[in-house]
Design a binder for this molecule. Structure first.
Ligand code: ADP
Ligand code: MG
Length: 517
């Protein structure tokens, strides 16, 4: 059997005919669907109770009330995901962490990758400004904590050139992005697995339980924060969570606090938004960060990744203060920059991975990439603009933003590029091949909405933790995973809206070995 080659197979090299196929294939559900109505009437309220009573909750965005918690939207059953692909991306995660770590510490690379972007994208420019100031002043904390999440979607492999390609439903994982800041769902990911274990038990299918893989994301991520706290080495210092002004995804964040407390009852966590840090934070002469009298050992950013979280100069000053301090940051500013979409596109250029990884490592990581294209004002960029305008449905146009809801799809790509094509502004974006994940059926369970059997697609997030400096890496690991699912008809769904329930992976399909997440 031939081996998958990145030039012909798993890099999403679709031919024109295949590119027009709007979805790839169907994945079978772990339990035949639809379920009888009486089964649904019994299991759905049980599942909702399980979710609420185990902290799978969220605050309501439209009807925010600090006294009320809704269950987080979830899928009733685990979702299908081929074990072989799951194992592949899990195995690659430590390497992806190392890659991000090395990119973050490669000044020349960051500079050349981002120099055009920062001329047109104000937000990235502000981050770059902080990065530059800290570099000029001299970095006080060499150690960074990377809490990374690599998001992958399945797609159809066209070439049929290897065993995997020839095994229906012909799927392979393609990376959507790597998050280096606020990589959430370390609690809700594993919790959806607990819901599914319970539901499967109640459906009297215990023989299916062994397909659901262990998932210790919360323990892994919090353990990494504790390791960073230990490196800081000041017994009374605390961990600071930088949070939004209002946190809707409160359970996910709080359970990180509770897990840290469980593992190390002697470590305190405090939560502040950037405005509060601007008011309460101060640096000592030796660059220790104090907030309201507490010395900060580790800063964990769950906010600060989008412009709206910086209301004024005060919040930018707070970010700078944190960066100047000797607290260990997750992420430090260079990690944040390494996670930009522009960097993702630049490392997908032929040969670039070899700057950071060995040849065989680069080959393995490179197979995860789908087509990524610069929109720089160059012949190469012009070609990408033309390609996207001719076939907008084959691509996603991405600005340098995080948090969902910012990407541009379909005919809007044409409109935006028509407007920007002769302007420098187009360099704020990158272009990416659109991944067409396989569709499957599942029940959407959402607060105050009817139970719906829908066609959905999934995105697997693999968590990894890496701790180290530019000189050495103390550890890099796979920490756990999460699977988010959205309606197949929706381009993109925000995590906190109803179309984006968490689910677990069910690795059952055809003759592939199977399991769940
Ligand atoms: P963000 O940083 O805002 O999360 P992403 O790149 O992860 O940006 O995109 C957000 C969502 O858009 C993804 O979760 C996925 O649903 C969809 N998406 C992004 N890139 C692609 C792609 N190349 N093909 C298909 N869907 C995509
Ligand atoms: Mg994302």
């Amino acid at each position: 059997m031939a081996v998958c080659s990145s030039s012909t197979c798993c890099d999403g090299n679709f031919d024109e005919k295949e590119k027009n196929v709007s979805t790839t294939s169907f994945l079978e559900s772990c339990i035949p669907l639809p379920l009888p109505q009486e089964t649904l009437d019994d299991i759905v309220p049980k599942g909702k109770d399980f979710a609420v009573l185990h902290g799978a909750g969220m605050r309501h965005k439209a009807k925010y009330d600090p006294d009320t918690l809704y269950f987080a939207p979830f899928l009733l059953l685990p979702s299908a995901f081929p074990r072989r692909e799951f194992d592949r991306v899990v195995k690659l995660q430590p390497l992806i962490n190392v890659l991000m770590h090395k990119i973050a510490h490669d000044h020349e690379f960051l500079k050349s990758a981002l120099e055009k972007t920062i001329q047109v994208d104000d937000f990235t420019a502000r981050l770059w400004d902080i990065y530059t100031k800290v570099r000029e002043e001299g970095v006080t904390q060499e150690v960074s904590l990377g809490l990374v999440r690599s998001d992958v979607m399945l797609t159809k492999c066209q070439a049929g050139c290897c065993e995997l390609c020839q095994t229906p439903p012909y799927v392979t994982g393609h990376q959507v992005e790597v998050n280096t800041i606020a990589s959430g769902f370390g609690h809700l990911g594993p919790m959806s697995g607990s819901i599914h274990r319970y539901v499967i038990g109640e459906l009297r299918k215990p023989e299916l339980l062994h397909h659901l893989p262990e998932n210790d994301a919360l323990a892994g991520l919090c353990g990494a924060m504790i390791s960073a706290w230990e490196v800081y080495s000041s017994p009374k210092a605390v961990i600071l969570f930088v949070v939004e002004d209002v946190t809707y995804n409160i359970c996910d964040q709080r359970f990180h606090e509770y897990e840290i407390r469980r593992q190390r009852p002697d470590i305190l966590v405090i939560r502040r938004n950037l405005t509060q840090i601007s008011e309460q934070g101060r640096l000592t002469a030796d660059k220790k960060l104090f907030i309201d009298g507490d010395e900060i050992a580790v800063v964990y950013f769950r906010a600060g990744y989008e412009p709206g979280q910086y209301h004024s100069e005060a919040e930018w000053d707070a970010r700078l203060t944190i960066e100047r301090s000797c607290a260990i940051k997750s992420p430090s500013i260079h990690y944040h920059l390494a996670g930009t979409k522009k960097v993702q596109q630049e490392i997908a250029r032929p040969g670039v991975l070899k700057r950071f990884l060995t040849e065989s490592e680069a080959e393995q990581v490179g197979q995860l990439f789908t087509g990524l294209y610069t929109l720089d004002r160059s012949a190469e960029g012009d070609k990408a603009v033309q390609m996207a305008m001719e076939n907008p449905d084959h691509f996603v146009l991405k600005p340098q933003r995080e948090g969902g809801g910012n990407n541009i799809y379909g005919s809007e790509i044409k409109e935006v590029l028509e407007r920007l094509k002769d302007s420098q502004e187009r360099e704020a974006y990158i272009l990416m091949d659109r991944i067409r994940p396989p569709v499957q059926q599942n029940y959407l369970i959402r607060p105050h909405l009817p139970v719906t059997l829908a066609e959905v697609v999934s995105e697997l997030g693999i968590f990894g933790a890496v701790l180290g400096s530019g000189k050495d890496i103390q550890f890099t690991n796979y920490s756990g995973h999460m699977l988010r699912t959205k309606l197949s008809s929706v381009n993109e769904a925000l995590l906190h809206v109803h179309f984006y329930p968490t689910s677990t992976g069910w690795y059952k399909n055809c003759d592939l070995e199977v399991m769940a997440g």
